[in-house]
Structures are given as C-alpha cells and as structure tokens.
Ligand binder design. Structure first.
Ligand SMILES: [Zn+2]
Length: 194
C-alpha cells in the first residue's frame, strides 16, 4: 500500500548541511568523506551515516539511514553572485532539483517535497501532528454545521438539530462550548420553573 505522508512528519535533510563536507571532499581530490548527520522531524532525531565523493566534478552522497538500504543521491553545484556556491540534490524519484530532501518515518528512501502532502486529506491520525489536525478539522466541521442551523432555540429548548450539533461538538473535544451552551439552557429552565 502506498500512502502519501504529511511533510511535517518527515525527517528533513538540507543540501546546505553537506556544504562543509563537499568543500573538504573537493579540496582533497579523490577523498571520500565519511560522516554523520542528525535529522529532525519536529521532536524525533534520526542519525544518518553518509559517504560523500566527487564523480565527474559533482558531489555524490550515499545516505545510510537506520533500517534502510543505502541511497545514492547526486548533487548539483551552482555558483550564485551573492550567496557563493549553493548545492542542490537531484531528487532520486523525480530527478527534480531541490534543496531539501524528506524521509517519511515509514519510507525506504529520501524524496523531494512534491511527493508529500500538506493537506488534511491524508492524515495519519496516529501521529501527534495528525491527531492535532484531526481534532481541528472536527471542530471546523462543527462550526460549519452550526452556521447551517438557522434555528437553535424553539419552544423553550434547543432544537433537535442543535442538540445533535452539541453531541458532535462534545465528541470533537469542544468541552467549553458545550458547557456554556448547557449553562444557558439550565438558566432558561430555572427561569421557566419560577
Ligand atoms: Zn522528487
């Protein structure tokens, strides 16, 4: 099964993180730089071993992420008039030039950003980020539904439609909203009882 992951869940590798190694490699022609990088995906760290060498004058990096096959990725060197030399990866999947590569926690290899989604459509509800977005989208749904209800009050009580909205709000974790609404209802009932 292939599932596109949220980019926020991915470990990020920026080409600039290899800048010093590339310079060392270029100075000592033929040398292979063997080093480590620590990547982050918000809260988790991932240590990646890498080997860097020059092939036909351009750097090539081999990334060894834990529990994955080593992945060989070409880099492109571009001189810029203001920022000096800049490096870009060639995405191993689509060969597009990119300055960042992403590794999803479940994926076997690094890819560029266009293989991932930012949206709400493919949420991994197990991840903390996914959980947050999921709760947020549930709340948004409640608010949308609230707007669609014209009459929330009828004959001294909340309408049935509004009651079902309150249940939905409670399930979405909108505790304060539900509490306030119920307080109003109780106050009205108290007034009616007098
Ligand atoms: Zn790509």
């Amino acid at each position: 099964m292939t599932r596109s992951s949220l980019i926020e869940e991915c470990y990020q590798l920026s080409a600039s993180a290899l800048k010093r190694s590339i310079a060392r490699c270029g100075n000592a022609s033929g040398a292979i730089i063997d080093d480590q990088l620590t990547l982050l995906n918000g809260k988790n760290e991932l240590t990646v071993n890498y080997w860097l060498e020059m092939e036909n004058g351009e750097p090539v990096v081999t990334l060894g992420a834990p529990n994955r096959e080593p992945q060989k990725i070409s880099l492109l060197t571009l001189g810029t008039p203001f920022a000096g030399t800049r490096y870009y990866f060639e995405c191993p999947d689509c060969l597009r030039r990119c300055d960042k590569l992403y590794l999803s926690p479940e994926a076997r290899g690094f890819k560029c950003q266009q293989h991932f989604t930012y949206g709400l459509t493919t949420i991994n509800r197990q991840s903390p980020y996914g959980q947050y977005i999921y709760q947020l989208s549930r709340k948004a749904k409640v608010m949308d539904k609230r707007e669609a209800i014209n009459r929330i009050w009828y004959a001294g009580s909340y309408t049935r439609r509004y009651c079902s909205l309150l249940k939905m709000a409670a399930r979405a974790g909108m505790v304060d909203y539900v509490k306030d609404t119920m307080k109003i209802w109780e106050e009205v009932q108290a007034i009616k009882a007098h």
